[in-house]
Design a protein around this ligand. Structure first.
Ligand SMILES: [Fe+2]
Length: 248
């Protein structure tokens, strides 16, 4: 038996990724991708898209700030802390990438303006905020559980739709915004897989991972629906959200 097959959380990691890949197929961002394919994603729609994604991305400082506190204890090897700090750095790169795109496209002139621009403003009463608070609340759970939730949940879905949107769009500047995140996003998914494989052994922990991942996916879907409506400047009824089972 090789070392790889002995990793306790191997089957669980594959299960979570598989489920997220299936759900990615129904992600409520399809209308935006279709609009891009039809050449119907105008400049205002693109700026709405980048502006809102920038708002979400900059909230990861707040999410990871909470998560980082739980990593100060010595219950995880330095490799886990190193991988997480790399994820924080990558995420701040994405935040700057969106901001640069907003400035390049002339939507804002300075970083300060981006915070005041209506598309980049953070609203507490929004699906975006709900998703951010949902992730931030995972701070109270052990690191492998929240990494399972985010990296094997929303990040798998995000990776899929960004790839699809990039392929659908004729806007090379917009394509570059998404394509340049792909390497890091793929590595976050692989890192999440590795941490779940290595650190999730007990059935009770596996159950918590399934629950946290399902909650994160559900709340990310709610954000994606809000994002799609915002980009296309319309209001549609929210799609039925996947049910979250607490136990089997
Ligand atoms: Fe990111």
């Amino acid at each position: 038996m090789g070392a790889m097959t002995e990793l306790p959380g191997k089957a669980l990691a594959a299960e979570l990724i598989g489920k997220s890949r299936v759900e990615a197929g129904t992600a409520p961002i399809a209308a935006v991708i279709a609009a891009a394919r039809d050449g119907a994603l105008g400049e205002d729609a693109v700026v709405r898209l980048i502006g809102r994604l920038w708002t979400l991305e900059r909230m990861f400082y707040y999410i990871y700030g909470g998560w980082g506190q739980g990593l100060e204890m010595n219950d995880f090897p330095p490799s886990v802390k190193y991988l997480f700090s790399k994820q924080i750095v990558d995420e701040s790169t994405h935040e700057m990438l969106y901001l640069d795109a907003l400035i390049r496209r002339g939507a804002v002139a300075t970083q300060k303006q981006a915070f005041q621009q209506p598309y980049g403003r953070f609203a507490v009463d929004s699906a975006l905020a709900y998703y951010v608070f949902s992730l931030r609340n995972l701070a109270t759970y052990p690191h492998p559980i929240r990494v399972a939730a985010l990296n094997l949940g929303p990040k798998v879905i995000e990776f899929a739709w960004m790839e699809e949107l990039s392929a659908a769009s004729a806007d090379s500047d917009l394509r570059a915004v998404f394509d340049s995140q792909a390497v890091e996003n793929r590595s976050h998914i692989n890192m999440g897989r590795r941490i779940v494989e290595e650190f999730i052994g007990k059935p009770v922990e596996a159950e918590l991972c399934r629950w946290a991942c399902a909650v994160a996916r559900r709340d990310y879907f709610r954000f994606l629906h809000e994002l799609g409506d915002f980009v296309l400047d319309r209001s549609t009824p929210p799609p039925p959200l996947p049910r979250v089972q607490v136990t089997d």
